[in-house]
Each structure stands twice: as structure tokens, then as C-alpha cells.
Design a protein around this ligand. Structure first.
Ligand code: SF4
Length: 271
């Protein structure tokens, strides 16, 4: 029974408008195989629930309601998630929205993700999977027919820099992206613009020809640096690996966006 499959999540955000088309409910999975130094959801990285000061204040809704207010993450069934998701079906229908599975890395819990996608498909709810792309191909292949849209991150093109700043190689990510496009998946690429790391001349100069060589990318979203995660490290008793960074000013974002203007696809700043 798919409704009894359980997994670990750390938040459910209703009325989200930056995680895919229309009005959406975003379900945040816990667990990620990457360790991006700029991660703005550091509470997502470990698969298990963990101590986080004031987690219950931030993570309200049904996720934190029954749990310890200083623990982030809890185990839930597909049935419990779908109960929350189905509250807003009328808004999805009116806005062209639906559900987004994000994280962390949702493919870190492949059976839970697939069961949720099946439950959404049975109810004709539009689905988005927001992924780093770092997962065994069979896990992606198992869900591709159930996903209406992938939001797929591209971070650093240089292999050595990718390893240094995320902890993993970018080869599997790039292979998976090509395979998804070959299978006809709808894909929006998302590029997190991290000051001095991913928004550099060297990285942008490699990103644009790489994207130009991919068939069928639906759009490219350039995501300005978001400092929202900086205070979370302290609450998790972790050290923020990068310290405080500044969001790019508008003129710098416009210059970065212009670098992508030759691509035969929509490019926008923001998600
Ligand atoms: S892939 Fe996303 S959730 Fe995982 S470490 Fe990187 S920024 Fe954080």
C-alpha cells in the first residue's frame, strides 16, 4: 500500500510561488548526499531528525505540531503528507499549480518519493521534483514518467571546484541531466548564484555553452544568493562554511543574465 510508505521530511510549505508554476505545496525531504558550502537548508542534509534550536517555531504546520520544538525533521507516511497536500487542491486547479518535492535531495528517499508521486498522479495533482541530480540513474528512471516537471540544479562546471564546494563530482549530475532530456522529461535548469563561487567569469563561461548543447531545456532560472540559511547553522550548532555573503546587486544580476541571452530558451532571474 503506497499510502503507508513512510519517509522523513522537515517542512511543508503551503502557498509556495517560487517552486514551480502556480500556487504549490512544497514538501521538503530530509537527507542530501551533497554538502554545498552555501547550503541555505543545512537542516536538510542529515537524513535523520536532529536537534535545532527553535525548529518548532519555524517549522509549524503538521510537521512540528506533535514533535519536540527543538528537533527538526520527523517521519511521516504518504497518507499524512497527502492529507496536507489535498487541502489546497482548489488553489492548484485555479492557478495551474500543484506539489513540489524538494529538500534536501528528494531522490535520497526514492521509495517514499515514488509513492508520493503515484499518490499525486492518482489524484491528477501536478508534480515538480526539485533535485541536485546526484542520484543513481535507476532512481530517476523509476520516477521520470510520474514527474510533470524537474527543477534541476547546475552549480559548478569545473569538476575539481564542484568536488571542493559540494563534496561530490558533477559527472553523474551531467549524465543524469542528459538522460532525463533524452527521455523527454520537462526540465527547468536552476543555477544558484553564489558570490565568488558559481557566479564567476570562469564558471559562467563554461555554463552557457554546456546549456546551449542540451536539447529541450525548458528554461533557465538564475537564483540570486539567498542569505536565509546563515542563522540556521548556529541553531544547528554547526559552523557556517562560508560566513556571511552579500546578495548580488541588481546591476550585477542583469550582467549575469545577459551572459545567457544567446541561449534558445527562456532565462529569468529568480525561481
Ligand atoms: S544540494 Fe541543496 S540541500 Fe543539498 S547540500 Fe546542496 S544546497 Fe544543500
Amino acid at each position: 500500500m503506497i499510502m503507508e510508505v513512510a519517509g522523513v521530511i522537515f517542512d511543508v510549505k503551503r502557498f509556495a510561488v517560487h517552486d514551480g508554476p502556480g500556487i504549490r505545496t512544497t514538501v521538503f525531504f530530509k537527507g542530501c548526499p551533497l554538502r554545498c558550502r552555501w547550503c541555505h537548508n543545512p537542516e536538510s542534509q542529515r537524513l535523520r531528525p536532529e536537534p535545532m534550536a527553535g525548529a518548532g517555531r519555524r517549522y509549524c504546520g503538521f510537521v512540528g505540531a506533535e514533535g519536540d520544538p527543538n528537533v527538526v525533521g520527523r517521519s511521516v507516511t504518504v497518507e499524512a503528507v497527502m492529507r496536507e497536500v489535498e487541502k489546497d487542491v482548489v488553489f492548484y486547479d485555479e492557478s495551474g499549480g500543484g506539489v513540489t518535492f524538494s529538500g534536501g535531495e528528494p531522490l535520497q528517499q526514492p521509495h517514499f518519493l515514488r509513492a508520493l508521486l503515484e499518490a499525486c498522479r492518482e489524484r491528477a495533482i501536478h508534480t515538480v521534483v526539485d533535485t541536485s541530480g546526484f542520484a543513481p540513474w535507476p532512481h530517476l528512471a523509476a520516477i521520470v514518467e510520474l514527474v510533470d516537471l524537474f527543477l534541476f540544479d547546475l552549480k559548478l562546471m569545473d569538476e575539481v571546484a564542484h568536488r571542493e564546494y559540494t563534496g561530490v563530482s558533477n559527472q553523474l549530475i551531467q549524465e543524469n541531466l542528459r538522460r532525463l532530456l533524452d527521455r523527454g522529461a520537462r526540465v527547468v535548469l536552476r543555477v544558484p548564484l553564489i558570490p565568488g563561487i558559481t557566479d564567476t567569469e570562469a564558471n559562467l563561461a563554461q555554463l552557457t555553452p554546456f546549456i546551449a548543447g542540451l536539447p529541450g531545456v525548458e528554461a533557465v532560472h538564475l537564483l540570486p544568493y539567498n542569505p536565509i540559511g546563515e542563522d540556521k547553522y548556529e541553531r544547528l550548532r554547526k559552523t557556517n562554511p562560508l560566513g556571511r555573503l552579500q546578495t548580488q546587486p541588481d546591476d550585477a544580476l542583469a550582467a549575469i543574465s545577459a551572459r545567457f541571452s544567446s541561449l534558445p530558451t527562456d532565462v529569468k532571474i529568480g525561481g
